[in-house]
Design a protein around this ligand. Sequence first.
Ligand SMILES: [Fe+2]
Length: 314
Amino acid sequence: MRKYELSKMINGQIETSGPVSFSSSNRRQFLAAAGIGLAYTAVSSRAAAEPASVLKVKDVVEHFLSRSPWLTRGQTVDRVIIGDPEKVVGRCMVTWMPSFHALRTMVEQGYDFLICHEPTFWDHWDKRPTDPAGLEKLEFIKKHDIVIVRNHDCWDRFPEIGIPSAWGQFLGLGKPAKIHDAFYHRYDIQPTSLEEFAGRMAARCGKIGEPMVQVTGNGKTRVSRIGIGTGCICDISVFREMGCDCSVVTDDGSTYWSVIQHAKDTGHPVIRVHHGVSEEPGMVTLTDYINANIPGLRAVHLPHGCTFRLVGPG
Ligand SMILES: [Fe+2]
């Protein structure tokens, strides 16, 4: 198995077109570099000393559902999306989205199943596809007996290490000053210019594939109350109601012609990043949570990175 080259991540040269994985030592370095706190790693050795006799896919799903009292069973996308829930498992791959690349990587590297955050068939509820591209993906999954588990609604709200918390920690924002409805976090920082804060963000996001961020607003504006959301849940009006003076949004949760232009016209700074980049830190914490807390299951993270690459002149 090829080890992930940490230096590429640090230098913003993430390569997601080939099979990648973290070694445990590289993971520690990444987490340190990314500033992701690991309060739960203390249980790691204890969990490793208590191997489960037989672990099935359905047990892993139950592990998360039983720790997510905010969910209503039967009304969540967190389930076995496809494949045999009775399959006995020991190794899983964790990745943001089951792209065709991720599925091929999983097959090549022989993982028992895949845990993802976003949909397989480009639909939030993962309705079975009827279009040619969807049928091709479905056929590939069935041909290779792939099992896919979704962990979206659990991990979006998981305290302290779920999606928004991991994103905030990755950006080096410390602890949230305010949380609204679990999805919206406000971080209070030392006042700094919008330009400097955006530059700091870009330096960090470059480590996971997005070396430049989009910014609107006067770069000299002082900002100190930063709003970040949960993936595509990043309504600027909510951030403003929370007292934020700068909103960090994603490309799946905002539109230029409406909310962003409204913010620009009313003097509210906005920084925009790729949805996958904002949730990559959460995939790292999910991987480490599994390794520390589900005995008998070894998880490896496959970075998704930024779906887009930036191309300049010749
Ligand atoms: Fe998301």
